[in-house]
Design a protein around this ligand. Sequence first.
Ligand code: TMP
Ligand code: MG
Length: 206
Amino acid sequence: MAVPRGMFIALEGIDGSGTSTQTRLLAARLRAQGLRVLETCEPSRGPIGRMIRERLSTRSAPIEPAALALLFAADRLEHVAREIEPALADGVIVISDRYVLSSLVYQSLECDGPWVAEINRHARWPDLCVLVSLPFQAAVSRVAARQGEKERFDAPELQRRLAAGYQRALEAQRPGPIAAVDGSLSVEAVTDAIASLCADAGLTPR
Ligand code: TMP
Ligand code: MG
């Protein structure tokens, strides 16, 4: 008997919107329902992803924006081929903390938008793309409160423009369907909202 295909869920949002926390909580919730789940992220944990992560640190030399865009696209192709597609083919639910919409929104700030779309042409749209939407001021305060290294995109003015970029994509529903949840709700309420979108997408009973 053919194994049913899994479902590919991507969580998106500006830095501090809660995509990492929600990836973890959604995965735990779906596992508690007996589903098999792969929790993953972009930049990926593979060699290109690790190289990107190093260059995102404000401690390393600034990287040429077009080169960074190509690295993100290359990391994504590897990630899809080596981790995401095999898991889906095995019937596993894949939840990725960021995916192609991150490139379309972030890299289009510094590079030509249609070119960014072109280099990401082979990254197929997820089955469910969820934008965790949060006013940028709230997200910036959360990031400022975090311990650890500062990253390239953390500046408030950039985050304002990124929030606007995500909002435009949501309104246009481009380049694919995008659902949104209110990221200013309690952590648990945000997970509830995402889980309910998953149910609407046919994943699990409510
Ligand atoms: P993270 O903070 O969510 O771990 O992601 C690292 C940073 O990389 C974050 O500022 C978003 C940025 N990013 C891009 O600019 N383009 C991309 O394609 C991805 C996946 C992340
Ligand atoms: Mg970040």
